[in-house]
Design a protein around this ligand. Structure first.
Ligand code: AMP
Length: 399
């Protein structure tokens, strides 16, 4: 096994998603998912080449989950511990004010990641657990943290600042951090490659529309605005998150519906958005309901598109002139109805979608605007694992 391979780990509260990536060749050799960690019915699904194996058993904690993953690699003839990987790349949700770039993990960095748990209490303890487990199992392999917020660290002050009491905001680290940064950075880089343009000369809007969703405005490779804020709740309507709401709704629900703050938090993050309006959060199911004439599903679609168009309009103004608008992630890559509705009627801004190109299914990056359009509209599959692997390798082997 080549030591230029990188094991990429995305550790959630009860799950570990992983991939063994060849960052130079640009592909994954194997990968899988450990689920229901800590519960009696844990599950591991591991795919290597054409083969997928599944294991159902109790998986005590993240270390036990990762150990099982290593066993799977060994069974498939890839002994991670013995043959060695060049680095382990960890997706870390929140880098706070402290981390603006991929960072080699040592005890101090790990302590900082633990301190940042207050900013993302649902994600960061799990990210830290994944790092601790990987360090224990691969003690001689460099571990790199790649932060979801890093690409937005240098947002202009006007875009990152909430108009609240400045002292209080400073004391508690309240600012707009942005998320999905690894995806926005990767996709905007790919756009420049696909168009054969220097990224420094491109103004871009990237629409990362997955179960979570965010948009960004990027000038010359630098993010100048994004829709997510202190947490991933702000901005676009998402699968289960409300996105922007009047902040007073939070207190109003506490007073009027007798909900405590955890219940409201849960409502807005897990039972709102497309799911809250229609009962389903998957756009494939939403599309089926809309076709059947389901009024709630139609309204959910319309609310989703309305918010998306609002931000596209905002970022057109933020950037002044835009060269490329790109759709990515599960919905953005696969749902032509969303793409068409998001950009309908914008010919006056030089923005158009070619119907046939938009309806053609493909896994490769592609332009879907008509030839000669002033603004290029693209679909570019995101690949956060590859971006993390490349960032990790760059750090441990500069040049
Ligand atoms: P992600 O978070 O990027 O993995 O995106 C997941 C979401 O993508 C799912 O919840 C679906 O809503 C959406 N999705 C995946 N495949 C399709 C498809 N073929 N058509 C429409 N939406 C899709």
């Amino acid at each position: 096994m080549s030591a230029t391979l990188v094991l990429v780990i995305n550790s959630g509260s009860s799950s570990i998603k992983y991939q063994l990536v060849d960052p130079v060749g640009g592909h994954a050799l194997a990968g899988g998912l450990v689920e229901r960690i800590g519960e009696h019915d844990g599950r591991l699904s591991h795919t290597s080449g054409e083969q997928t194996v599944e294991h159902l058993r109790r998986i005590e904690n993240h270390t036990a989950g990762l150990r099982l993953v290593f066993d799977m690699f060994a069974e498939a003839g890839q002994d991670l511990a013995a043959a060695g990987v060049g680095a382990v790349g960890h997706r870390v949700v929140h880098g706070g004010e402290e981390f603006s770039a991929p960072t080699l993990i040592d005890d101090d960095v790990l302590a900082s990641i633990h301190r940042l748990c207050t900013l993302a209490p649902l994600h960061m303890p799990a990210n830290a657990a994944g790092i601790e487990s990987a360090r224990a199992l691969l003690p001689t392999v460099p571990q790199v943290a790649v932060f979801d917020t890093a690409f937005f660290h240098e947002l202009p002050a006007a875009a990152r600042t909430y108009a609240i009491d400045a002292k209080l905001a400073r004391e508690h680290g309240i600012r707009r951090y942005g998320f999905h940064g690894t995806s926005h950075e990767y996709v905007s880089g790919r756009v420049a490659e696909v168009l054969g343009r220097d990224p420094a000369g491109l103004n871009q809007i990237v629409l990362h529309l997955g179960n979570g969703a965010s948009a960004s405005a990027i000038r010359g490779g630098q993010a100048v605005d994004t829709t997510m804020g202190l947490t991933p709740l702000e901005g676009l309507v998402m699968g289960t998150r409300s996105g922007d709401i009047d902040p007073a709704i939070f207190g109003f629900l506490q007073r009027s519906a007798g909900m405590d703050s955890d219940a409201v938090d849960d409502l807005l993050n897990r039972n709102s958005g497309i799911k809250g309006l229609s009962g389903v959060n998957d756009f494939r199911e939403l599309g089926t309901l809309v076709e059947r004439g389901d009024a709630a599903a139609k309204l959910a679609f319309d609310v989703y598109i309305h918010r998306l168009r609002r931000y596209i309009g905002a970022y057109l103004v933020t950037l002044g002139n835009v060269h490329a608008i790109t759709f990515t992630a599960g919905v953005g890559e696969n749902d032509p109805a969303v793409r068409a509705a998001a950009l309908a009627g914008l010919e006056g801004f030089g923005i158009a979608v070619d119907e046939q190109r938009n309806n053609t299914r493909s896994k490769v990056p592609r332009v879907i605007s008509p030839d000669g359009s002033p603004v290029q509209v693209l679909v570019v599959p995101t690949n956060e694992e590859l971006a993390i692997a490349r960032a990790a390798l760059r750090l441990v082997r500069p040049g």
